[in-house]
Design a protein around this ligand. Structure first.
Ligand code: NAD
Length: 956
């Protein structure tokens, strides 16, 4: 029997729509801006590399100062080579400059309805004539500082006052600087107040306010405040408010249902704009980078299916909410039209929305047919509008975009109108290949924030001066007579515990036991050793909130930093377990009659000496690397953070007892105490064969000297200090560079080996950069790390405070203080951020590791000079460059002498297996932690070659 092909109502309507716009589009002439735009987009689609480069060029354009620069960058992006002689010709430059500006202006003009309200009004009038409505959007995405937030806030109010009965789309991210869900409690108050003012003005002017939805991480908080404010008596019966639901989000159905229920209880409708969502690339990348569940549908047709489902839900509930179907996808639109017909919904009960400059003929169809159509009209200056423009370009040219397929590539109409539910899913499951990074806790979720608060509260109660911590040796807990205290740096009154101080006798005893343990453990199967690490990782995951809280209380880490460090420790455990197993396949070549085998042999007793600033991640990483390769370990943690080390080693010991109890005696030992006495004693002891150290350069070098004099020479792996620089090139995107520098310099109060302590700025943007930098640094939230909003905690102890203050005094004496001496909490070792300029590059401030919130700004005449300044210290740990010039990036990659170079991001935050971590010059001895070569340093190699030839025959 022949199968009958049926035509769906969506196809019938869709074909009608296509026919209409195709007929209209034929009427285009080459002077039409849309014609020009489409030609541009077609050209770029034909060459994907060129497309990416062109978009990058469009992005950097507002930062370029003169025609020479424009020619130079255009040349770099298009040819990937140095500009040739033409670029030095002023006439050529002028011509290119003019051409580029006309092109970008035309592109911008096709998506942006004007630079000011007057121009926008002219366009609105034209729309009105065609029976179309509008909503205005002031360009500018997010506010970086209070001044910018204030500016946008007043712009909205001004617009409302100037234009009565206006319809505006407002972005909450423009109303306060850098929405941060962790800072929510404080910021919510201000944001609600501003939103109320905007709503009040709108009510006075009979205007309409739609709040846009942007990034996923802000969605819940955006919804939360709108719901709360609109439920207040003052606004409860107001109906000219709207919100947005993004159908590409997997949880959008749940959200939409919640909105409908909410609207029912409020009993006055609000408007709900249903979009697919414009930040897909961003959401996908961020989730992947954090190893979070991807919040968006990973296949386009799944978003389309969801869109249709939510369309039906919206239209069915038109009595409670006012549906606004916002799309350019003809299939989605046809579905909405057909469904509205099916349920016999009057056209006045819903509306369609489309973006300015996209598919104008389609809009005409809707208005001519008597549907309500509203055009989203962004207006404003090009610089704040650039990200909007790039988003539109991306949207028009993305591979699976309807606009690209339908309008630019002319794909078959029926194919485009196909029911998305009939499209088959590809298997997009990513292959988990051995190792994947641990996911950080998503603190955007309230539930997780509540859990963290509980964990901190519980631990605060538990930790007190009454608690005694033992040494751990020969599988015994030993309480010594001498103790030292561990304190909370944010609240030094709070003694967290008293820790047994090790003596040299304890060291002797431990080393002997560890030597015996090593002899056995080194013979254990690699699989068993790897299993110990894997199970410990599992336990650590289970106790993650407790460790977060420990890091917060004992090391003074803000939530995100603490949680990142727990992830790092888990990653080290899982990554090294996997690496150790992989190393077994490291085979040598054998020939007939000659068998070659390679064997890794542990060194023996490994001493692990760790710092306080990564008291869990680094301590755990060094310890388990030694252990998994067959060494026994003695851990001498930093005194300030001994409790964290004790708790981790307890977990590790528990696992060894569970999986390998025969090996446990003397295998993992904990000897807390003073570095100068206990640390150096352990280093010098003849039976210790390997020292894994992370800490200051002075101590690292002294360990190296001792070890190199021993016979046989002891193996030293040392990760040491840094004097890290971030270069701000002339073409840097300052919206990215400033938060990047602030986070790198002042995150965890600058107490990271990778922290940025010098920022080297191209002289052409120097003034602009420092003004914005200082402004942003003033907004840093200095406070107690127990408070979720804190981004800059106190420094670790009085010694650190005094040492940093000496550098600050030098800065005040010899340089120009741009920022400093801000108010800080009274108790606790607090310092405010300090920024010094006019610093000689040879000055101590620019040469020595300060390890505190002190940033030096240096000026360079060009990139070459900037790199020379950056390289001019004994260190070479991390560095970063912000630049949008491909050639500058290439030059920095080649010449910047650092172990970890970051391009267009901050200098901190290396992740195991993705950014193997370790420096050049005097910053490191050995291979990088968290990288493929690290474990090899914990073993010696033995090669055995056997002649298998016997009287003319080959043995095997
Ligand atoms: P530190 O050098 O003072 O102490 C590190 C460890 O060494 C501590 O456990 C300490 O007790 C011990 N120690 C001190 N003197 C000793 C001696 N004579 N012999 C043996 N052990 C001794 O460093 P810190 O203040 O704990 O940590 C901050 C330093 O660590 C900074 O210089 C920072 O750059 C560096 N650091 C480097 C990395 C990296 O990966 N490169 C990571 C974190 C920290």
């Amino acid at each position: 029997m022949k199968s009958k092909t049926t035509t769906s109502p969506e196809q019938v309507i869709g074909r009608k729509l296509f026919k209409y716009i195709q007929a209209k589009d034929k009427a285009w002439n080459i002077f039409n801006v849309n014609f020009f735009k489409n030609q541009m987009l077609k050209m770029s689609i034909s060459n994907p590399q060129m497309q990416r480069n062109l978009f990058k060029f469009v992005d950097v354009l507002p930062a370029l100062k003169n025609s020479k620069q424009i020619s130079q960058y255009l040349f770099e992006y298009l040819t990937n080579s140095k500009p040739n002689f033409l670029v030095n010709n002023p006439l050529v430059n002028k011509l290119l400059d003019t051409g580029v500006h006309i092109t970008v202006k035309l592109l911008a003009a096709s998506f942006i309805c004007g630079t000011n309200t007057q121009q926008a009004l002219t366009k609105i009038k034209q729309l009105k004539k065609k029976g179309q409505d509008y909503t205005l959007d002031i360009l500018g995405e997010l506010a970086l500082n209070e001044r910018e937030a204030n500016h946008y806030y007043h712009e909205y109010l001004k617009l409302l006052k100037e234009l009565p009965e206006v319809n505006i789309s407002v972005k909450l991210s423009a109303l306060i600087p850098q929405i941060n869900p962790l800072d929510w409690v404080n910021k919510k108050f201000i944001l609600k107040e501003r939103l109320r003012e905007i709503y009040r003005e709108a009510i006075r002017q009979n205007s309409f306010i739609n709040i846009d939805t942007e990034h996923y991480s802000w969605k819940d908080i955006t919804y939360e405040i709108i719901k709360e404010v609109l439920m207040e008596d003052e606004f409860k019966s107001w109906t000219k408010a709207g919100i947005v639901v993004q159908a590409y989000l997997k949880e959008s159905e749940r959200d939409l249902k919640a909105w409908i229920e909410w609207a029912k209880t409020r009993s006055k409708p609000i408007s709900i704009r249903l979009v697919k969502g414009a930040y897909w690339d961003y959401e996908y990348a961020i989730a992947q980078q954090h190893n979070w569940e991807i919040p968006v549908f990973t296949e386009k047709h799944l978003s389309d299916i969801n869109y249709e489902k939510l369309t039906e839900l919206l239209l069915n509930n038109h009595n409670y909410v006012r549906p606004a179907i916002a799309s350019h996808n003809i299939r989605s639109l046809a579905h909405a039209l057909s469904y509205a017909e099916t349920i016999q919904l009057n056209k006045s009960r819903y509306e369609f929305q489309m973006l300015y400059g996209m598919m104008d003929s389609l809009k005409d169809y809707f208005s001519e047919q008597g549907y309500n159509i509203r055009v989203y009209m962004p207006y404003g200056e090009l610089i704040p509008g650039m990200s909007y423009l790039v988003r539109r370009l991306l949207e028009n040219t993305a591979n699976d975009s309807f606009l690209r397929q339908g309008m630019l590539e002319g794909r078959d109409v029926d194919e485009l109108l196909k029911d998305p539910a009939q499209i088959h899913s590809k298997n997009t499951q990513l292959e988990a290949n051995g190792f994947s990074n641990s996911a950080n806790i998503d603190f955007n979720k309230k539930l997780n924030r509540d859990r963290m608060k509980l964990a901190i509260k519980a631990l605060e109660k538990e930790l007190s001066s009454k608690r005694l911590y033992p040494l751990y040796l020969e599988a015994h807990k030993i309480y010594s007579d001498n103790h030292f205290e561990s304190i909370n740096p944010a609240n030094p009154e709070h003694i967290l515990g008293r820790i047994s101080q090790s003596s040299t006798e304890h060291c002797d005893r431990t080393i002997k036991a560890a030597q015996q343990a090593y002899l056995k453990w080194s013979e254990a199967k690699p699989e068993l050793r790897a299993a110990v690490l894997k199970l410990t990782a599992k336990y650590l995951k289970e106790h993650r909130y407790r460790f977060n809280a420990l890091l917060c209380l004992e090391a003074g880490k803000p939530w995100l930093e603490a949680d990142g460090e727990v992830s790092e420790a888990i990653d080290f455990l899982e990554y090294y377990a996997q690496q150790a197993l992989d190393l077994q396949n490291n085979k040598l070549r054998s020939l007939p009659g000659e068998r070659n085998t390679n064997h890794y042999q542990a060194y023996g007793v490994a001493v692990i000496i760790s710092p306080w600033n990564f008291p869990l991640g680094i301590m755990a990483g060094m310890t388990v690397a030694a252990l998994v390769m067959g060494n026994s370990v003695i851990v001498k943690p930093s005194q300030q953070t001994s409790i964290i080390a004790y708790e981790f080693l307890s977990l590790l010991n528990q696992t060894v007892k569970e999986l390998a109890s025969d090996y446990s005696k003397g295998l993992i030992n904990f000897l807390p105490g003073d570095g100068k006495t206990i640390g150096s004693y352990l280093v010098a002891h003849p039976l210790t064969k390997l020292i894994a150290f992370t800490g200051s350069n002075a101590v690292g070098m002294s360990i190296h000297d001792t070890a190199s004099k021993a016979r046989p020479v002891k193996r030293v792996i040392a990760e040491m200090g840094g004097k890290n620089a971030i270069i701000i090139d002339e073409s840097a995107d300052l919206d990215e560079a400033i938060p990047g520098v602030i986070h790198s310099a002042f995150g965890y109060a600058g107490q990271k080996c990778s922290a940025c302590s010098r920022v080297i700025v191209h002289e052409n943007i120097y003034q602009q950069f420092i003004e914005r930098l200082v402004e942003a640094a003033q907004a840093i939230n200095i406070g107690d790390p127990r408070d979720e909003a804190c981004t800059m905690p106190p420094v670790i102890d009085t010694n650190a405070l005094n040492k940093i203050q000496q550098y600050i005094a030098l800065g005040k004496r010899d340089t120009n203080m741009l920022l400093g001496d801000l108010e800080v909490p009274k108790s606790g070792y607090y310092l405010s951020p300090y920024i010094f300029s006019e610093v000689d590059s040879k000055h101590k401030l620019a040469q020595e590791e300060i390890f505190g919130p002190v940033l030096t700004v240096l000026r360079a005449k060009d990139l070459h000079a900037a790199i020379a300044i950056a390289n001019d210290t004994i260190y070479g740990l991390t560095g970063a460059i912000y630049s949008r010039s491909p050639l500058s990036i290439a030059q920095a990659s080649q010449e910047f002498m650092v172990g970890n170079l970051y391009i267009n991001r901050g200098s901190t935050g290396a992740i195991v297996s993705r950014q193997a971590f370790g420096g050049l010059k005097q910053s490191s001895i050995g291979f990088k932690a968290g990288g493929p070569n690290y474990l090899l340093q914990f073993v010696q190699e033995k090669t055995i070659t056997e002649n298998t030839m016997r009287r003319g025959f080959v043995g095997d």
